[in-house]
Ligand binder design. Structure first.
Ligand SMILES: C[S@@+](CC[C@H](N)C(=O)[O-])C[C@H]1O[C@@H](n2cnc3c(N)ncnc32)[C@H](O)[C@@H]1O
Length: 245
């Protein structure tokens, strides 16, 4: 950008940041400091061979994980969110990054990318904020190449371990009292079942954090082939119907 450190700092401090992004020159964006989530999540990216791969990130906000995937050698990174954040644009400029942005909801990925199948999808910190996570998983599956990799991070319900239970966090039954958007919290077994029903095979499951009522998990899953046992998928998401949601 050709600005001095002081000028860069002034620009950075004009914005409210979500992520803490290292912009070089000793400048780290003043985000929310959720390192207990972001550090293991960033480390988990290193388990994937990104070299030359096409990557789609969902819900990028300031772009932290897209910039990480680019730094890990991804061929082309497309970051999406329901809106473009000014912080993403500023960080991208300062980092001299080639990450592309497209405004897209997770629910309409197949319409936003009708011709593209990505090698890797990163979906961190999203599904438990969604009313329709199964639909979202299915939509991600549609824009992933066969055998492609989904990297998923989010909350799980640690009670009733070993059972397939989806806790709906709402009103007086909220699991996280200060976050009304935290709604859909599956047990680990339930999350595996939801992903399997959406045509993913979980290959790695790493529950890495326990909080008061919830835990956090990192998952790697592979897009699997549909077979004759996928009756739920077959009946719920026929091609012509899925487009209408
Ligand atoms: C909790 S933040 C997570 C940000 C980042 N992925 C991370 O893990 O640090 C949730 C993000 O999801 C985005 N989001 C909310 N609804 C969405 C939707 N329907 N489709 C795609 N992104 C959505 C929000 O705008 C926000 O950037």
């Amino acid at each position: 950008m050709g600005l001095s450190k002081e000028e860069l700092l002034e620009k950075v401090n004009q914005h409210t940041w979500y992520h803490n992004i290292d912009l070089g020159n000793g400048i780290i964006t003043p985000g929310r400091g959720w390192n207990r989530i972001w550090e293991p999540s960033a480390k988990f990216l290193e388990r994937v061979e990104f070299s030359g791969k096409t990557v789609l990130e969902i819900g990028t906000w300031d772009g932290y994980f897209s910039f990480k995937a680019e730094a890990l050698g991804a061929g082309k990174v497309t970051a999406t969110d329901i809106k473009l954040w000014e912080t993403f644009v500023l960080a991208r400029d300062i980092l001299n990054s080639k990450v592309e942005f497209k405004a897209a909801s997770i629910y309409s990925l197949d319409e936003s990318f009708p011709e593209t199948l990505f090698d890797v999808i990163i979906c961190y910190g999203i599904y438990y904020h969604l009313l329709f996570p199964n639909l979202a998983f299915t939509k991600m599956n549609r824009v992933l190449r066969p055998g492609g990799t989904l990297l998923l991070e989010g909350a799980y319900y640690p009670k009733y371990e070993g059972q397939s239970i989806l806790y709906f966090s709402y009103g007086e039954d909220r699991l996280v009292s200060n976050d009304p958007t935290f709604c859909t919290c599956p047990t680990l077994k339930c999350l595996r079942n939801m992903l399997h029903a959406s045509l993913f095979e979980v290959t790695e499951e790493n529950p890495y954090l326990r909080e008061k009522n919830t835990g956090r998990v990192l998952i790697m899953a592979r897009k699997r082939e549909k077979n004759e046992n996928d009756l739920l998928y077959e009946h719920t998401y026929p091609n012509n119907l899925l487009r209408k949601y």
